[in-house]
Unconditional design. Structure first.
Length: 465
């Protein structure tokens, strides 16, 4: 059996197309944004389209989980793609900055729903044996947009219009949905009690989104007030996340809480350094923007390679691969400290960040598989939403911490080299912590009865559709 066999190939192609195009939009929009805000006379609002998308995506994740659990994966995926497409259309035709920001918020809601819906579909449409292959393919689907997204967006913006960065995706998104719909139409609506009431979860999601946006804003300020903003963001996050994450997530309690926590640790440790590395190379070693971006490309390629390797090791326990991923991530992060030594230069980052990417390629698909193995079908949407929220929160927290350290260096409180070393130490410690708690991500000796039928039925269901 394979994710590309007769029973699964259209579903897989459709899912991967949706992932690729959503990823492309995420990677490309930063390239088109300066031209867009200038044309719309909204330079003073420059950060708002990013923040609007981020806050709305957290709400979308919760909405996607609720719809998936109550009405099934077909309704969730349809609504996510429809909302995302509406946001693309509105952004592409926006006549002023306020409409553009609103359109980005609509995109965020749709993107959040799609992100969660993919896990709900994967849980029902693919057996446990095929999920490592699927998540390996999904990880690889992010690489091409990371490599060519900014370039394509730049060419469109220069030679056509920034509006085509949004409008050009509409027919491609429709094609991806058309491929996957015949399969998801046959998937059942989950039975069982829902999680927390949907209206309550949406308010907590909005609060969490505000906290995440606050942390991201603090990471971009590069001044001392960023410290106070971080404190405020942490307080808001703490209130919101208590209602959205599984109990015991902070303590990495065995089972699903440890899986969700591991996703946050992976994302935070990796993306915290991913944002700092180009700045480090340009400021400490005078690298050009293109040269400073090469380690990020190496990391993306390492991620893609390792994700394919893990898909070929179905017999190896996922917790073993997860721990190996954390170890490689820790090694890559620690090795990056060498760039702070003037006599060494920046070249070690080209190797160390490839190693960190290998760690993510082993770790990220593994936590996805563990999530679906341990989440009962009737609340798989809510658990997938918590999983995605942990990812975004972990990234925002670590980027915020990195931003405060850079701000301290900018204010003269410490050198940039020292700030980078502190950041490396903190992020490496998170990766080591992940390696320590990775065994707790096991299924605690049981699998939900609601999940058991999934391993045997999906191929027949898809073939019948």
């Amino acid at each position: 059996m394979s994710v590309l066999d007769r029973a699964h190939r259209l579903t897989t192609a459709g899912l991967l197309m949706l992932v690729t195009f959503v990823a492309f939009e995420s990677m490309a929009v930063a390239t088109a944004m300066p031209t867009a805000v200038t044309e719309l006379d909204g330079l003073a609002w420059y950060g708002w389209p990013f923040s609007a998308y981020l806050v709305a995506s957290v709400v979308g994740m919760v909405l996607g989980g609720d719809v998936g659990d109550r009405r099934g994966p077909r309704a969730a995926l349809l609504s996510g793609v429809a909302v995302f497409a509406a946001g693309l259309l509105a952004a592409g035709v926006a006549a002023d900055m306020a409409l553009f920001v609103a359109a980005r918020a609509v995109q965020g809601v749709g993107g959040g729903i799609i992100a969660v819906s993919l896990y709900v579909v994967a849980g029902q449409a693919y057996s446990a044996a095929l999920r490592p292959q699927l998540f390996g393919a999904i990880s690889a689907a992010w690489v091409l947009p990371a490599l060519v997204g900014p370039l394509v967006a730049g060419l469109l913006t220069t030679h056509a219009s920034w509006r085509w960065v949004f409008l050009g995706l509409l027919p491609l998104i429709a094609l991806g949905l058309g491929l996957v719909l015949p399969a998801v139409r046959a998937l059942a609506v989950p039975d069982g009690p829902p999680a927390l009431s949907a209206p309550a979860r949406r308010w907590w999601a909005l609060l969490t989104g505000v906290g995440i946006a606050t942390m991201q804003y603090a990471g971009q300020r590069l001044d001392l007030p960023a410290v106070g903003i971080v404190v405020f963001g942490l307080a808001v996050l703490g209130v919101g996340l208590r209602r959205l994450l599984p109990p015991g997530t902070v303590r990495a309690r065995r089972g699903l809480p440890a899986v969700v926590g591991a996703r946050g640790l992976l994302a935070g440790a990796f993306f915290g350094m991913d944002t700092l590395l180009p700045l480090t190379l340009t400021q400490l070693h005078g690298y050009s923007p293109a040269a400073a971006g090469v380690p990020l490309t190496a990391g993306a390629l390492g991620w893609a390679v390792a994700s394919q390797v893990q898909s070929r090791l179905p017999a190896l326990p996922r917790v073993v691969l997860l721990r190996a991923g954390f170890v490689l991530l820790a090694v890559g992060l620690a090795g990056t400290a060498a760039v702070t030594v003037p006599a060494v230069g920046g070249w070690p980052a080209y190797l160390s960040w490839a190693v960190a990417g290998l760690g993510m390629g082993l770790g990220m698909p593994s936590v996805g598989v563990l999530l679906l193995d341990q989440s009962p079908e009737h609340r798989r949407g809510a658990d997938s939403a918590a999983f995605q929220i942990a990812d975004v929160t972990g990234s925002a927290l670590c980027v915020g911490v990195v931003g405060v350290l850079v701000a301290a260096a900018t204010a003269g409180l410490l050198s940039l080299s020292a700030a980078v070393l502190v950041a490396v130490a903190v992020l490496t410690a998170l990766a080591v912590l992940g390696a320590v708690v990775a065994p707790r991500a096991g299924a605690a000796g049981r699998r939900s009865a609601a999940v058991a039928p999934v391993a045997s039925d999906p191929a027949a269901t898809l073939a019948a559709s």
